[in-house]
Structures are given as C-alpha cells and as structure tokens.
Design a protein around this ligand. Structure first.
Ligand SMILES: CC[C@@H](C(=O)O)C(=O)SCCNC(=O)CCNC(=O)[C@H](O)C(C)(C)COP(=O)(O)OP(=O)(O)OC[C@H]1O[C@@H](n2cnc3c(N)ncnc32)[C@H](O)[C@@H]1OP(=O)(O)O
Length: 300
C-alpha cells in the first residue's frame, strides 16, 4: 500500500523521460554525451533564464544576463533546458514570449565559454545539447514569439528561429554573425532559417553575416510585425496584445492547432495526415466544439 505513491511517481518520471527522448534529436547512438556536457556547462556560471507562467496561459521567458548583452553562459544553457521541460509539463499553456533583460535580446554564446570549450568533443556535445533543447522548444504545443529588442546575434539569432513568430522593435537587429566567427550556425538556426526565408535569402544572411533590421526582416518574412515601441515595458505589452489574436480561446483547441502545424511541417504527408486525424479526435465533440454548435456563430 505505502509503495503506491512511489510507483506512481516513478511511472510519471519515466513517462516524462521517455517523452523528452522522443521529442529530442540526439541520444547516445549519435555519440551524444549529455551528462558530460552538462557537467562541463555547469562550470561556467552567470545570468539566468527566468520563466513566469500566467493564469491566462501566456508564459514569459526572460534571458537574463544584461551585463553581457544576455549572452548564454553554461548554466543559462542548462536552465533553458529545465525551463523547456517545465513548459512541456504545463498543460494550460497557450503562448510564450521570449525576450531579453535590459532591452536587448541576446548576443549568442558567451565568448568566454566558447573559448573554454573550443575542442571538438565539447563543441559537438554543446551543439547537440542546444539542438535538442531548441527542437523541443519549437515543438511545444503553444504559440511562441521571440520579441527582438536591441540585438539578436549569433546563437541569439538562432534562438529566434526556434519560435513560431518574431516581432521586432524599432532599431533592433537580427544578425547571424557566425561567418565572422569562422563558424556556421550549430543550434539548428541554419536549417530553420532556410525553412523560414528560403535558401536564397538564407545564403545571403549567413554568407554575408548581414544586418537584418525590422524593415528587411518583414520583407523577408523573418519577422511578422514591427512593434511601435522600443521601450522595454511597452514593447512587452504590445507583444502580448499581438499574441492574444492567436491565444484567445480554449487551450485544448489552441494546442491542437499548433500540434497539427508541427506535424504538417515535420512529417511526411501520410504520417502528418494520420497525426492530424488523431488530433482532430481530441477536439471533435469536445466542450469548445459542442458550445460552438449551440451558439452557431456566423463567421462574417
Ligand atoms: C557556437 C557559438 C555561436 C552560436 O552559438 O551560434 C555564437 O553565438 S558565438 C557568439 C556570437 N556573438 C558575438 O560574437 C557577439 C559579440 N559582441 C558584439 O558584437 C557586441 O558586444 C554587441 C552584441 C554588438 C553589443 O555591442 P555594444 O552595444 O557596443 O556593447 P558592448 O560590446 O560594449 O557589450 C557590452 C558587454 O557585453 C559583452 N558581450 C557582448 N556579447 C558577448 C558575448 N557573446 N560573449 C561575451 N561577452 C559579450 C561585451 O564584451 C561587453 O563587455 P565588456 O567588454 O566587459 O564591457
């Protein structure tokens, strides 16, 4: 009898671990050594990744290392993974806004850390660690927005591409500076950029380490909208208001929409169609569907 709560706890924990593995890209079979890189990243501390979940189903994720323009230290990479796990377990979530403290987005990896892990083994493990985390972020069943204020450089630019939408404030800039660092994107930002802007534009942005201001981002389809305010607090309010056009309504339906789109984007057609059928089954005859049938709204 007394073992039951433990059994339950173990079952839930196992389920979560299996879910994380399923949503991740790399495991031991790919030569990925997660525990090793976690231990390494733990040595480079500073800054934090803060998550606040609101009753309205919107969460705010803050990259908080303003002294270094919110560059990612080792512990921030680890914290990002923890926050993504928290969001995966948040069943009421409908939307997420990612922004940086101090009115700037993120200047990529902390170059002090990059120098310390510049050997091949650490580099590959860090790359797989961040791709796993950002892939899980991209697959969250909620609508995610990168609110780009100030600069989104290097890994910061890559992080914006793991969100469903990008909103920019006047004077802000997205820049894949990797070429100037003798690198290419490694956090999955190259592959995602091609899917967002197409291969020609991606070649221009990566090959020229080009500055992308809000106007150019809009014309490339890299950004959805330029917010009117560059002030930190006002811009966050405007981003919330913009996001609410997609997050107003029941969480079950909003999460189902995102799941259908994720399947359509990532799976071959037949598998995507079958997944869509399964997701359809979760909303058909559900409370929101039945209420709408009673209301019989006219969609004018
Ligand atoms: C795999 C690595 C790759 C990836 O993951 O994809 C990367 O991300 S590599 C990192 C790529 N990013 C950069 O190279 C950015 C370098 N920084 C800059 O170009 C500029 O600092 C800036 C971001 C354009 C801001 O310029 P400015 O507004 O003039 O401020 P400062 O330069 O004075 O910066 C303030 C302070 O912050 C430090 N800083 C900024 N970015 C980083 C960083 N990525 N790593 C470590 N430190 C960073 C900067 O050095 C200043 O510190 P102090 O010199 O001590 O004042």
């Amino acid at each position: 009898m007394t073992l039951a709560p433990w059994k339950n706890f173990l079952q839930i924990t196992m389920k979560r671990i299996l879910q994380q593995r399923r949503l991740s890209l790399y495991n031991g079979a790919h030569g990925y050594e997660e525990e090793l890189i976690k231990k390494k990243l733990q040595q480079f501390s500073g800054g934090s990744i803060n998550l606040s979940k609101e009753d309205n189903g919107i969460a705010i994720l803050t990259l908080n290392n303003p002294k270094l323009m919110n560059a990612f230290t080792g512990t921030m990479m680890l914290e990002l993974q923890e926050r993504v796990t928290e969001l995966e377990n948040w069943k009421d979530g409908k939307g997420l806004i990612i922004h940086g403290a101090g009115n700037t987005f993120c200047s990529g990896s902390d170059l002090n850390v990059v120098k310390q892990i510049s050997n091949s083994q650490d580099g590959m493990n860090m790359c797989m660690f961040m791709q796993n985390t950002l892939t899980r972020l991209m697959r969250l069943p909620l609508f995610s927005v990168a609110l780009v204020q100030g600069k989104a450089f290097g890994g910061g630019a890559e992080l914006t591409t793991a969100c469903d939408f990008r909103l920019m404030t006047p004077g802000s800039e997205i820049r894949f500076v990797h070429k100037h660092m003798g690198l290419v994107p490694g956090w999955g930002g190259g592959a995602r950029l091609v899917r967002i802007v197409g291969s020609g534009a991606a070649l221009q942005l990566l090959g020229g380490a080009a500055r992308v201001d809000p106007e150019r981002a809009l014309s490339l389809g890299l950004s959805e909208h330029t917010l009117p305010s560059s002030d930190e607090t006002s811009a966050l309010g405007e981003a919330r208001a913009w996001l609410s056009q997609y997050t107003d309504g029941p969480a079950t339906v909003i999460r189902a929409v995102k799941k259908v789109v994720t399947a359509g984007r990532e799976l071959p057609l037949e598998a995507a169609l079958r997944t869509e059928k399964d997701i359809f089954g979760t909303v058909w005859g559900g409370p929101a569907n039945l209420q709408a049938l009673v209301r019989r709204p006219k969609h004018k």
